[in-house]
Ligand binder design. Structure first.
Ligand SMILES: Nc1ncnc2c1ncn2[C@@H]1O[C@H](COP(=O)(O)OP(=O)(O)OP(=O)(O)O)[C@@H](O)[C@H]1O
Length: 259
């Protein structure tokens, strides 16, 4: 699926102050931008630029101090607790550190968002539907053979893919990812980028991804917002390469260490 051009997330003059003191710099200051349905949208900028705050606003984890923010046409600043819970069910998250439950299997970790939806809003899926949703998404991220493993038995890249499966299992309209490839080697990064590209192309998910790695932006993003000290410095249409053309780990070692 390609981007339809319809806005799915819209910031209008959004400012966020974490600190009530007007003397301190706002984490985000007068941000206006639209994220289009079906695109992979990068969020880049130096440490402290406001990237995580931007993601937390989309998810309703924190509220704007001023301005308006809509997700699928709904003004998130006007939502009560129940509305926010519903919003979060339509938004998958893969935050830094993943936080898998170490005493649960891969399958149980991935099923977690479905269980939470069941607890908060009654049974959404039957147990059989739930199991097949988990099986399908594990196949999608290439981890069917790890379903009954525990997180400690997995590699870092596999754990990250479990995090992506958990973020996608409820088939969210939007997937928010904070540094999904940090501290992964080149080949593992490529695997993660394939899953994100497939999520957009095959599941129609809109993906918003924070990254410090500009190769990641070039490989999968349609556009990227460059934040600087809380302001939108540039909105960049990305001239894409392809995640499959990223150098392998061996090629990187050769280039950097064996010139
Ligand atoms: N909960 C909070 N309370 C107070 N200040 C905060 C809070 N969260 C973030 N900030 C401040 O808001 C600004 C933006 O932080 P944010 O985490 O959004 O930046 P970032 O671009 O994600 O940084 P990094 O790349 O280091 O994760 C920073 O000055 C930060 O110190």
């Amino acid at each position: 699926m390609v981007s339809t051009g319809t806005a799915i997330v819209e910031f209008q003059d959004v400012t966020k102050r974490h600190d009530a003191d007007p003397g301190t710099r706002a984490a985000l200051d007068g941000i206006s931008l639209s994220i289009r349905q079906g695109e992979i949208f990068g969020v880049i900028g130096e440490s402290g630029a406001g990237k995580t705050t931007l993601l937390e606003l989309i998810n309703g984890l924190t509220a704007p101090t001023s301005g308006s923010l809509t997700v699928q046409g709904v003004d998130v600043t006007r939502l009560g607790r129940r509305g926010l819970r519903r919003l979060r069910q339509r938004i998958g998250v893969v935050f830094q550190g993943i936080h898998l439950l170490s005493n649960r299997t891969v399958r149980a970790n991935v099923a977690l968002p479905l269980h939470l939806a069941r607890r908060t809003d009654g049974a959404v899926l039957s147990r059989a539907e739930e199991r097949s949703a988990v099986d399908e998404i594990l196949a999608f991220v290439g981890l069917s053979h790890r379903a009954d493993f525990f997180p400690a038995q997995l590699s870092g890249g596999e754990r990250q893919r479990v995090g992506l499966a958990r973020g996608l299992v409820a088939r969210p309209a939007v997937l928010l990812c904070d540094e999904p490839t940090s501290s992964l080697d080149a080949s593992t990064t490529s695997e993660i980028l394939r899953v994100l590209s497939d999520a957009r192309d095959k599941l129609g998910t809109t993906v918003v991804v924070i990254t410090h790695d500009l190769d990641v932006v070039k490989a999968i993003c349609d556009r990227a917002a460059l934040l600087e000290r809380g302001r939108l410095r540039e909105l960049i249409p990305v001239v894409k390469s392809d995640y499959r053309s990223l150098p392998t780990y061996y090629e990187q070692v050769k280039r950097e260490l064996m010139p």
